[in-house]
Design a protein around this ligand. Structure first.
Ligand SMILES: [Zn+2]
Length: 400
């Protein structure tokens, strides 16, 4: 009986004791014939399926990565930028949207860092400074809790638009971090901030907003949690407990602002924070024409429900954008093309010792060319200012 060779033992008392250092080396092979236990984090079964495989080293059509961190995740050196652009060229990423522009002069600096060496490849989104000169531990001193905050932000965003910002990125701390003067977390649909969402619509700046996190992060870290080994490595990613809002509450508040501001384009990051429930996301897309979603860091979710995902892409092809939450390595990018373009079955979504987002494999969606073109670049060209010119120039260059 092969099944008794490997027995999984999840030692709950180990939570918190295992650090990333524990995972640096491949685990020594364990011989289960002696009835030895194998920790869950060391179980890396190799699939014995003999399947038709496709090399996907390059996207079939030019891609716009609408979720790229040109400041937070990319080293601020010309070499790091050159390396990333080399990967873009290899894999057919025509343009990337850096979500880390900040505001004021920092936008100019960021754009000249990105486009100075590689003109025509990047646009940037602005960010809102909620804290200002306030003291970190004292929410009452934060700028977002002072009078007229929203009006001042609107002025800064107007300025950001003049400096060339193509949108606004809102981080998940809005809803899961920033606090009211008296302590509780600020709610996403707090009407104090309505003028900001309103102004973005008037300025033509789409809002890319990260709301909530994977469903499993809001559940107890116990034997039923499908992301147990990941939360075990990163207990700080858990939002389970009375100190956190329910995930449904965050999503509901997000949809409330989408509904209140029909002239403003909202791009729900990470499949609007709800990739585990595409039926609900689909219903939102149907109800709110100003809502779009992008797929960054969610191929593990989309590829493990291929029939549902494929239907989601076909039904909402005009409303889904491509993103990675990168810069990503070559190896992390390949499965994106493979999932979207091929019918390959049961392949890893990340070529790493520990799959970063759940211990499972994914399947290809085999999307048709017209859907791929929309998701890869056409939708981004339509709704993100400045992107179309970059993609058109790129397409012309390729034709030559
Ligand atoms: Zn991100």
């Amino acid at each position: 009986m092969i099944s008794i060779f490997v027995r999984l033992l999840v030692i709950v008392t180990c939570i918190g004791l295992l650090s990333d250092a524990t995972f640096a080396q491949p685990p020594a092979p364990l011989d289960g014939r002696d009835g030895r236990d194998l920790a869950l984090d060391q179980f890396r079964p190799k699939s014995m399926l003999q399947l038709e495989l496709h090399e996907t080293r390059r996207a079939k059509f030019p891609v716009v990565d609408v979720h790229f961190h040109g400041r937070i995740k990319l080293a601020p050196t010309p070499e790091a930028l050159d390396d990333y652009v080399r990967i873009m060229d290899e894999q057919n990423i025509a343009a990337s949207v850096s979500l880390d522009g900040h505001w004021g002069e920092e936008i100019d600096e960021h754009l000249s860092f990105l486009n100075g060496r590689h003109p025509g490849r990047f646009v940037t989104f602005a960010n809102i400074d909620w804290q200002g000169a306030g003291r970190t531990e004292e929410p009452a001193t934060w700028d977002c809790n002072q009078p007229d905050f929203a009006q001042r932000v609107v002025e800064r965003l107007r300025d950001a638009e003049r400096r060339g910002a193509s949108g606004v990125k809102i981080f998940k701390q809005f809803g899961l971090g920033y606090r009211n003067a008296d302590g509780p977390l600020i709610k996403i649909d707090d009407p104090r901030f309505d003028p900001i969402w309103q102004a973005c619509g008037e300025l033509g700046l789409p809002i890319l907003i990260h709301v909530a996190d994977p469903a499993a992060f809001f559940e107890p870290i116990d034997q039923r949690n499908e992301r147990w080994e990941e939360l075990n490595r990163h207990p700080e990613w858990s939002f389970y407990g009375p100190q956190w809002p329910r995930r449904e509450e965050l999503l509901r508040a997000f949809i409330a602002i989408v509904e209140r501001h029909p002239q403003t384009v909202f791009i729900g990051a990470h499949v609007a924070g709800n990739a585990e429930d595409l039926r609900t996301v689909g219903a939102w897309l149907e109800k709110f024409p100003n809502l779009y979603v992008e797929i960054a860091a969610r191929i593990a979710e989309l590829g493990r429900q291929p029939y549902t995902s494929r239907k989601f892409f076909l039904d909402h092809a005009d409303r889904i954008l491509f993103g990675t939450d990168g810069p990503r390595s070559r190896e992390r990018l390949y499965p994106h093309w493979r999932m979207l373009e091929t019918w390959d079955e049961y392949f890893p979504y990340a070529d790493e010792l520990f799959p970063p987002q759940g211990l499972w494999n994914i399947d290809g969606l085999g999307l048709p060319d017209d859907v791929l073109r929309k998701v890869y670049h056409e939708n981004a060209c339509r709704i993100i200012p400045g992107v179309k010119a970059l993609v058109d120039a790129r397409l012309k260059m390729v034709e030559k």
